[in-house]
Design a protein around this ligand. Structure first.
Ligand code: CP3
Length: 348
């Protein structure tokens, strides 16, 4: 558990330019309700946010999937909505209903957002990162993350998740200048939050743009590509060595191509895109991360095994990090995750 930093990390090696067979593996939402040991700690913490803000417990649940499955990367246990919460936007999680936020959709409310993140909210995250890094095997990389400005804005404007995030889309159409102010604010604080995570020990950061798929091409360029581009430029200036993964869920091939032209190290892809087209058209400067449909992990059997093989074959010889195309769902059987690990690591 305590090798030197020189020990090779397969995950970082792929991000840094080397294709590997077998590919490194981790899963989005790998610390979560499908694990009995997570449910136990979560019950002890009380609610979800108390777990996020408790460095010891957040460290423990971050390490759980590493101990059980030996994934190549850990992702710090937190949430993308911690950033708005640290801007004093009221936040609670209703069991079974998802997040509820204080709505931020008026000029007054947007102008009142503080410039600094509340240290009481973000310091526990950084402390959990330091603790986790110290406890991880040297070859297991540690990932920090934030939501992309667009995705975080969709929750702030609506105060919740909605089927197609229409409230934020409407605000962007009706009052472009006001929406731009919100996005600009989120660009700044997201860079600050990622920078804090990197200083605490995160070796890579992932920018989750979970709602990138609801925008027309022009709006995608303006609200997804442009803000992420500015974030990447600022981060690179502060931390030249950090690896950056952009995950624009639901983006079209053209959208993915645009993001791959930014100074990022990898692009996350969901299961709806054609792997050959992605391989051929995205910039060869980026690694590809994905793209197993989380439902195949629930189904198991041939639906799972065949797709693992196809993904490995389609990406063989390229810089590929095996992952799901979105987070693992709570109803996923643990035996299927074990089958995934075996299928991704077996000799081909
Ligand atoms: O990947 C990991 O293991 C790290 C932890 C992580 C969580 N949320 C923990 C979590 C990460 C990376 C996230 C990101 C996140 N959070 C996103 C982007 C990725 C995506 O899923 O699209 C979004 C949109 C959120 C906002 C959010 N958090 C929602 C909509 C919900 C409710 C839905 C749900 O799955 O329950 C959450 C809650 C949440 N975040 C849980 C976990 C483990 C479940 C809370 C619980 O234990 O009850």
């Amino acid at each position: 558990m305590n090798g030197s930093p020189a020990i090779h990390s397969p995950f970082l090696a792929v991000l840094d330019g080397t294709p590997l067979n077998p590919p490194p593996l981790w899963m989005m939402r790998q610390a979560g309700r499908y694990l009995p040991e997570y449910r136990e700690v979560r019950a002890k913490a009380g609610d979800f946010l108390s777990l996020c803000y408790n460095p010891e417990l957040a460290t423990e649940v971050t390490l759980q999937p590493i101990r059980r499955f030996g994934f190549d990367a850990a992702i710090i246990f937190s949430d993308i909505l911690v950033a708005p919460h640290a801007l004093n936007v009221g936040l609670r999680f209703e069991t079974g209903e998802g997040p509820r936020l204080e709505e931020v959709n008026t000029p007054t409310r947007i102008a009142a957002l503080p410039d600094e993140l509340d240290p009481a909210k973000v310091q526990p995250v950084y402390e959990a990162i330091s603790k986790t890094r110290a406890a991880l095997p040297a070859e297991t990389a540690l990932i920090g993350f934030c939501g992309a400005p667009w995705t975080v804005a969709t929750y702030m404007v609506a105060g919740r998740g909605t089927p197609d995030q229409a409230p934020a889309r409407l605000m962007a159409l009706r009052n472009e200048a006001l929406f731009q102010r919100l996005i600009d604010h989120l660009v700044e604080v997201s860079v600050t939050h990622l920078s804090g995570q990197i200083r605490a020990g995160a070796q890579a950061v992932q920018i989750f743009d979970s709602w990138a798929g609801v925008l027309d091409p022009l709006s995608f360029e303006r609200w997804c590509v442009e803000p992420v581009k500015r974030m990447v430029e600022k981060l690179r200036a502060l931390h030249p060595q950090v690896r950056i993964i952009a995950f624009p869920k639901g983006a079209t091939l053209e959208g993915l191509e645009k993001l791959s032209a930014l100074d990022v190290d990898a692009i996350g892809i969901d299961w709806t895109v054609d792997r050959h087209a992605v391989r051929d058209r995205l910039s060869p400067k980026v690694a590809l991360q994905g793209n197993l449909d989380p439902l195949r992990l629930i189904a198991g059997g041939k639906a799972l095994d065949d797709e693992i093989l196809r993904i490995r074959r389609d990406f063989s010889g390229t810089r590929h990090i095996f992952n799901l195309g979105h987070g693992i769902r709570p109803e996923t059987p643990i035996a299927h995750v074990e089958a995934l690990v075996a299928g991704v690591r077996r000799a081909l």
